[in-house]
Design a protein around this ligand. Sequence first.
Ligand code: BLA
Length: 511
Amino acid sequence: VPGQDPVDLTNCDREPIHILGRIQDFGWLLAVSSDWMIVHASENVAGCFDREAADIIGLPAAEILGYQTLDRIRKGLSGLYGTDSVERIFGVEVASKPDTRLDVAVHFSGSNIVLEFEPANFDVDSQYTSQVRLMIERLRQSTDVDSLCNTAAKFVKSLTGFDRVMVYRFAPDDSGEVIAEAAEPGIGTFLGLHYPASDIPRQARELYRRNLLRIISDVNGRTVPVIPGISPEGRPLDMSMCGLRAVSPIHIEYLQNMGVEASMSISILRRGELWGLFSCHHYSPLVLSYDVRTAAELFAEMFAFLLDQQLGDRARAQSAATQALHNKLMADLAEGSTVRDSFEPLATALASLIPCSGIAGWVEGSFVKRGQVPEKDEFMQLVRFLNTTAPGQIYSTNALPSVFAAAANFSSRPAGLMALPVSRAPRDYIVLFRNEIAKTIKWAGDPSKPVEYGPNGARLTPRKSFEAWQETVRGQSAPWEEGDLDAAESLRITMLEVVLRISDAANRDRD
Ligand code: BLA
């Protein structure tokens, strides 16, 4: 693009991936004006319409497609709603290819209508809709998020035939983790691996919320320019919603370094936000017909609904468990225990509700602990720091050394902290700790595999990418999630109640 700085690894999120001006060669593209005159064509259109791209620019689309075909496409257009909607018309005939059927995707892009053609699936009897329906029925039986994701990865694999299908979940900082995988035997595993946010840069994540599926059929294949690069109105064609769009060369290099020859990803949206992706790899080129891609996309959308349900169930279970703990604490108190006495069961219950590596407390003048926690004198320094935070509120961080430098030298090296103030003044605290995330995760790849260098350097390999992620999360723990904070907040209120009752009882005894 003229006037644009060259893209390198430091400015990836500025690469204008929606206007790179090229398509993959498994299909053909035309863009027409609102009066159906051809404005852009991909340079390979002769393969479909027997006319060179340069010769058809400016002609009426009907002259190339025939009136009947154009009519079908026009009818499809009337089903479009909004700008990010793409109509799919399967099994269209064109005069220039009497013995082939084509699948057509139609959408609006600015003042243009974009038509994308590709050969229709020969196997017209394949029952993708009924396959997807059965898969969803099976998925409904999953009882937790993990099994839901694992089963879904397996189904996407059997639907599409990719060698490896992963469920990749984004974290709040836009880094991500492979949380489920279905793979051919003998190709190793990516399960549990984390990648930095920059591996899927911001504009790509933004685009993937609007356009749910992208395929790279042949990573090493040729791409075809769409001409003219700039329309008579002076604009490049916005290809955000195109299925044939050729992708970023930087990403191509990334896949080449991984040895991947075809890639596909399908967005998993939760309430409009990008929650994750199905990421699929194949070790040879793989062209998937439009009906299979459509079925896979539909599957992913249905999966996303089930996932939202399952995540909601998990949140409700956490709050029910919190309520049960509240009841138990109140009952224990009735038997005359003190907060200090009940620390051990309390810590056990807390740890089962909120994942952590240790819990310590300063309650009623003594230091109590369980699991991996700082030494007592270190903890007292920490209490002084906590006394400077807003009173009467939970304080939490997943990067403790960045707000309280001394923690970097604590023997237990805490990286995440959540402090529950459990009395008024002087302040008592129950504190949950988490270890550094980079230390709690193992690299599952082969560390002896030599680093491969490409024109963009060594950064674009899974191993380097993982190292880059480790670098960005140095001194950080896994983030505290909303459910963790909610559970902590309601327990804090329980504890306050407990403490008040104890002191009331003590006062009564004294009177
Ligand atoms: C796109 N990067 C992507 C995509 C994925 C990944 C899934 C979507 C495109 C696709 O379906 O292939 C990354 N793929 C992964 C990860 C795993 C995986 C993390 O399977 C883990 C198992 N990429 C980089 C760096 C840059 C970069 C450093 O690693 C830029 C500096 C760029 N990645 C990049 C760009 C895109 C991308 C620009 C968008 C491609 C496009 O849609 O045009």
